[in-house]
Design a protein. Structure first.
Length: 409
């Protein structure tokens, strides 16, 4: 397939993984990667953790170095933003007006941080975290004694809170809902993580909505809640979710649902010779068979590789089970399958915040739909991880006396 012209729009993990997938089956086709960012693809999880803490360099978080792209004969177009796709003519138009033809196209444009639209949201000191530059900016202001208010108690908010409080920052975390980590859909788990955060010195306030940001001059001075309370702040980080980067496709004829591109089991869009991978997709989940969108590292990695192989002719069904991780303080959190709307959550092991090592099983009827594993970073629970994935795939529930489960590792 040496005459094939592969074009990848996007410059994240899914794009880099797609190049790997293409090259597994086609060593000769021309590949062009177009990204609005001015950085080569990098891993995003460290941006709220090790990179934010100054423990990782840029080179350490890159997916591949510049030499790798040269070796793979990839034409890298940094700082180039796509404006539209013409499906019938098989071309991508850039904002500069340049048109790039393709034989096979991958849309992997990722997502952007959702903006909080309230008065004062343009004050200096209000930050978001999605890109390497965002992490640089946040790292530059996280100094001992700095008053940081985090808006949002999801993964980004909690991870930044953990990183910041260890740096001596005074952290207040505001969550509009009744619990942190709402994605876990479990009051027990949320109560556990609330205690972990509080024990480490993070002030957590739930059921709090932000009404506006107050400023002295152009600089942020406080976060004002709907009740009128003013919470002093030198810096605010807004972490209220992410939106798929698909606005540029609005007139291109793709099927878009709640901002995400609809793809089939082979990650193909309805547009001929166009695939999509990562945050921008709503795909048939292999376990639930329902459309699902995921914003996690593992999904971008797996879908990117899979889409790349299919672009090169593999024609394979995407069967990767959802799995992602998070680290806070000295804990590792692994999430498997689906944790939304369970019928029951069953906790096995020790959920004592002083010495946690447990698994939460997410059950719907008599089927295991997902699991959350929480343990010290030093613990090796790979056997349990693998066993649980098999149970989720089969829809079966582990026996209550499974030694690896009841012992918490």
């Amino acid at each position: 397939m040496a005459d094939q012209q592969y074009v990848i729009v996007g410059g994240g993990l899914a794009a880099a993984s797609a190049i790997e997938g293409i090259r597994e089956l086609d060593q000769g086709g021309a590949i062009t990667m177009i990204t609005a960012e001015r950085e080569l693809p990098y891993h995003r999880p460290p941006l709220s953790k090790t990179f934010l803490a100054g423990k990782d360099t840029v080179d350490a978080v890159r997916v591949h170095d510049a030499a790798w792209y040269r070796d793979q004969k990839v034409r890298v177009r940094l700082g180039q933003k796509a404006r539209s796709v013409h499906i019938a003519k098989q071309g991508v138009t850039l904002e500069t007006g340049e048109r790039i033809s393709y034989d096979r196209l991958l849309v992997a444009t990722g997502s952007s941080a959702r903006r909080l639209v309230v008065p004062g949201a343009d004050a200096q000191g209000i930050l978001y975290l999605r890109t390497l530059q965002d992490s640089y900016a946040l790292r530059g202001v996280l100094k001992p004694g700095t008053r940081l208010v985090i808006v949002g108690g999801g993964f980004v908010g909690v991870e930044v809170a953990a990183t910041a409080v260890h740096a001596g920052v005074k952290v207040t975390l505001l969550e509009m809902g009744p619990v942190v980590y709402r994605a876990f859909a479990s009051p027990e788990l949320s109560a556990f993580f609330l205690k972990v955060l509080q024990d480490q010195g993070v002030v957590v306030r739930t059921n709090v909505r932000v009404a506006r940001f107050a400023a002295e001059g152009a600089r942020l001075s406080a976060v004002v809640t709907e009740s009128g309370e003013q919470i002093p702040a030198d810096v605010a980080l807004v972490g209220v979710g992410a939106e798929p980067n698909t606005a540029w496709l609005g007139s291109s004829g793709f099927q878009i649902d709640r901002g995400a591109l609809i793809v089939n089991v082979r990650l193909e869009t309805p547009g001929k010779n166009v695939w999509a991978a990562g945050d921008v997709t709503r795909f048939p989940d292999p376990i639930t068979r329902q459309p699902r969108r995921l914003e996690h590292w593992g999904n971008a990695l797996a879908q990117g590789k899979h889409a790349g192989r299919n672009m090169a002719g593999a024609g394979e069904t995407f069967t990767h089970q959802a799995a992602f991780f998070s680290d806070i303080f000295d804990l590792t959190i692994n999430v498997l399958g689906e944790t939304d709307q369970p019928g029951k959550v069953e906790i096995r092991g020790s959920a004592d915040p002083a010495a946690p090592n447990f698994t939460a099983l997410y059950l719907r009827g008599n089927k295991l739909m997902g699991a959350v594993l929480v343990n010290p970073m030093s613990a090796d629970r790979s056997a349990e991880f693998d066993a649980l994935q098999k149970h989720i795939g089969a829809g079966t529930v582990p026996e209550a006396d499974s030694a690896w489960l009841t012992a918490g590792g």
